[in-house]
Design a protein around this ligand. Structure first.
Ligand code: UDP
Length: 327
């Protein structure tokens, strides 16, 4: 059993991670400022309200819970917002992570799992991305995450901080048991916005750009189920505990779907019309982000079981219909 400090444990991915950690026999301690998270999503272990920019509070929580490992999800993660307000991203994501990493090292907690993103790769048209690709982020969100990856490497060299970095592709779906799911305010992500449009909670989905260099003109993404994603994190904790050392893993399926294809799948799953219109490109969006790596499968033993579009949308739709979106 391991005490794991989960920053952002009240958020979408963090809350699913807490559930998976508990199921694997660990104790997830959520550290969250509740700016984008929800206290009622903290169901699987203790809750400590706090901000990453508050170093004394971080030190207090490390002293109280003596975590053996950190799982760091807390971050601002909207590509569009990051282009308009980059300072928020550098302050919250980069300065906040610096505080957390310094506090972890000071507390002697040297196993660190970090939530990074395929947005660190940037636009590399036509290329499937693997962990050795150069990273050229084209938005402030991706740049902030790459900076944190660099920080982790420096802290390993200086203080022996062992870290597993997961570069996520597009996360979708929800806990099939309905205990937790996706809920952002404001919502900016494709699948929940589309489900909102399907059941009339918003007028229509706007497709951001139909003139990309892809077969149907819309952006292509590699979608991975949140439950599969967090399973990899639990494997990451074991990887570090087994002394296997720092490593970067892509978490994607290797299959890309365009925005129009996601709309088509949603129509089939829900058996409802998807109202949409065609709009301008969203600044910062890459044309195509698809993982080209089997490293997580080969080295971590990661076996995604729910990451088909059909299952992701079915699970998201079930969660959507519970009414959590209406709060
Ligand atoms: N997208 C869209 N309309 C929306 C939201 C997203 O067309 O209202 C597109 C977006 O341009 C991208 C894909 O859907 O190609 C996934 O976007 P999302 O914000 O869900 O995730 P991101 O790729 O930014 O991490």
């Amino acid at each position: 059993m391991t005490n794991v400090l989960v920053t952002g444990g009240a958020g979408y991915i963090g809350s699913h991670a807490c559930k998976a950690l508990k199921a694997a026999g660990h104790i997830p301690i959520t550290y969250d400022n509740l700016v984008t998270g929800w206290q009622d999503a903290v169901k699987f272990g203790p809750f400590e309200k706090g901000d990453l920019l508050d170093r004394p509070r971080l030190d207090e929580v490390f002293a109280k819970h003596q975590p053996n490992a950190v799982m760091h999800f807390a971050a601002l993660s909207q590509v569009g917002e990051s282009m308009k307000e980059p300072a928020k991203y550098w302050r919250n994501n980069v300065s906040g992570s610096l505080n957390l990493i310094e506090a972890a090292v000071a507390a002697g907690c040297l196993d660190f799992v970090f939530s990074s993103t395929c947005a660190t790769y940037g636009d590399q048209d036509g290329v499937t991305l693997n962990e050795e690709n150069v990273q050229h982020p084209i938005n402030a969100y991706g740049a902030s995450k790459r900076a944190i990856e660099d920080m982790l490497r420096d802290f390993e060299a200086a203080y022996g901080l062992r870290h597993v970095v997961f570069r996520y592709f597009n996360v979708a779906g929800a806990d099939p048991e309905g205990e937790v799911g996706e809920f952002h305010r404001p919502e900016t992500h494709l699948v929940p916005l589309m489900l909102d449009a399907i059941d009339g909670k918003r007028d229509a989905l706007t497709i951001y750009g139909t003139d990309y260099d892809t077969p149907d003109g819309t952006c292509i993404r590699d979608y991975v189920h949140v439950c599969d994603l967090v399973d990899a994190h639990v494997l990451g904790i074991r990887w570090l505990a087994d002394g296997k050392g720092s490593r970067v893993f892509n978490l994607g399926t290797g299959s890309g779907f365009s925005v129009r294809e996601v709309i088509d799948h949603s129509r089939n799953v829900t058996n409802r019309n998807v109202p949409f219109n065609e709009g301008a490109r969203r600044p910062g969006d890459c044309t195509r982000l698809v993982s080209g790596s089997d490293r997580a499968a080969e080295e971590l033993g990661w076996r995604p079981t729910r990451s088909t579009l059909q299952t992701m949308i079915t699970d998201a739709w079930r969660w959507h219909q519970t009414g959590h979106y209406d709060r």
